[in-house]
Write a new protein. Structure first.
Length: 419
């Protein structure tokens, strides 16, 4: 027993014509090959939530590669098989991509003809997935176009804003789902339900996150950071004690949480003011600086390797720690002194230092960053060369001039008196 809804009208209202036409076409190709054809997953979820999402995942009850090849021939588009997973991708000329998979099941027989209600295969495929809200399928074959199959009361979970796994071992089977649950919860303002929360907590306590490879976890964290409100998700990770299972030497205390809050606050401030091109800021590095700032030195190597961080990652963190300590120790710091401390820093180091300087220094620090962005020397390396400066001398002279300018000891026109 399961719910079926005809949503073809809703699709017509909400989807762009191009997408509608594509779905109809892909369904028709499925019918020609006598395969039940569905669009599934995130696309369906977001369609019902009335959110834009045109990542089309097609599932066929049949051979996905046979289907993919056929569609590619008919439309003269590019077909890329991923044989290992029995899936393929189809690329349109403009780069638009559609993924195709075979409905996965233990034993499978291709139906000779399209039976009227043969749904067990797609049902098994959907049952293996992460959360109920991601397990709806829309049939797109001509005869049944727009038939929403809801096997697991997904539609009602969407309406009640619930994140729910379908079976008890879901998180154990794939612990990255722990982070996905939190991501979806924050993205949609949903809530992980009690039962699912119990499973989640037990999986965390059972040290299953430790079994996942670093790159897979890192990828999930990156995805969280790309969401509009990552702070809430990270707090939730703290609440579920996930952080300690990702970084064994990190205790997610209220003090640490304050730093995480400051990260996002300061990031917003600095985005508009500082000499920072925020699109070049690796948010993941920044978050890791915060979360790993108290990790003892002898464990850093292991963490650096696990998450594939650059070799000099912790050296850079260390430099930034020293920088904010120096800044906080001193009463007043001239712009030229700031320059000496910060001139070799990358964006993440600059932001991290800004988070960690004491409150009474924050304004001074931001002012410096603005100032250094504004100042353009009148003198160029070429000018100095003409005057007989060589190699290092040039660099040193330019720095000297910059410091004089930063402290407003000279005007642009006075630069020439110093060379
Ligand atoms: N999936 C899963 N377990 C995972 C990852 C994915 O079961 N660890 C399933 C989900 O049902 C999901 C589908 O695979 O709907 C596709 O995954 P993905 O593209 O990562 O997710 P979307 O739901 O499309 O989410 P997003 O909007 O973030 O792209």
């Amino acid at each position: 027993k399961f719910n079926v809804f005809n949503i073809s009208q809703l699709m017509k209202e909400r989807l762009p014509k191009r997408i509608m036409n594509l779905l109809r076409l892909f369904g028709a190709f499925g019918s020609e090959l006598k395969m039940h054809t569905y669009v599934v997953g995130g696309f369906v979820r977001d369609l019902l939530l009335n959110l834009e999402n045109y990542d089309i995942d097609i599932v066929v009850e049949g051979d996905a590669n046979k289907y993919g090849k056929y569609v590619a021939e008919q439309l003269m588009i590019k077909y890329i098989p991923h044989k290992k997973f029995n899936t393929c991708s189809l690329y349109f000329k403009d780069g638009f991509r559609i993924d195709v998979a075979t409905a996965r099941t233990e034993y499978y027989e291709a139906p000779a003809e399209l039976p009227k209600v043969e749904v067990s295969t797609i049902k098994k495929d959907l049952y293996r997935r992460d959360f109920s809200i991601n397990t709806m399928a829309i049939r797109i074959n001509q005869e049944t176009f727009g038939m929403l199959l809801d096997f697991f009361t997904s539609k009602s979970d969407l309406e009640n804003k619930i994140i729910r796994t379908l079976y008890p071992l879901s998180f154990v089977e794939d612990p990255t789902r722990i982070l996905r649950a939190i991501r979806f919860e924050q993205r949609y303002g949903f809530k992980i339900n009690k039962q699912t929360e119990d499973y989640l907590r037990r999986t965390v306590e059972g040290n299953y996150l430790e079994k996942v490879t670093g790159p897979r976890l890192r990828e999930e964290i990156e995805k969280i950071l790309k969401e509009p409100n990552p702070l809430k998700a990270i707090k939730r990770m703290g609440e579920f004690k996930i952080i300690t299972h990702l970084f064994p030497y990190t205790y997610y205390t209220p003090t640490l949480e304050k730093d995480v809050e400051k990260l996002f606050e300061y990031y917003e401030i600095i985005k508009h003011k500082a000499p920072i091109y925020t699109y070049k800021v690796r948010k993941l590095h920044l978050l890791f600086y915060i979360l790993l700032q108290y990790t003892p030195n002898n464990s850093l190597k292991e963490i650096q390797q696990r998450y594939g961080l650059p070799g000099e990652f912790f050296e850079k963190l260390d430099q930034a720690k020293k920088a904010y300590q120096t800044i906080n120790e001193q009463k007043e710091i001239s712009n030229s002194k700031y320059y000496e401390i910060l001139c070799t820093f990358n964006n993440e180091q600059i932001i991290y230092t800004g988070i960690k300087v004491s409150d009474n220094k924050k304004q001074e620090y931001t002012d410096y960053l603005n100032k250094v962005k504004e100042i353009k020397l009148k003198t160029t390396g070429k000018d100095l060369k003409e005057k007989g400066y060589k190699g290092r001398q040039i660099k040193e002279k330019l720095e000297e001039l910059k410091k004089l300018r930063l402290d407003e000891k000279i005007t642009p026109d006075q630069e020439k008196n110093y060379i």
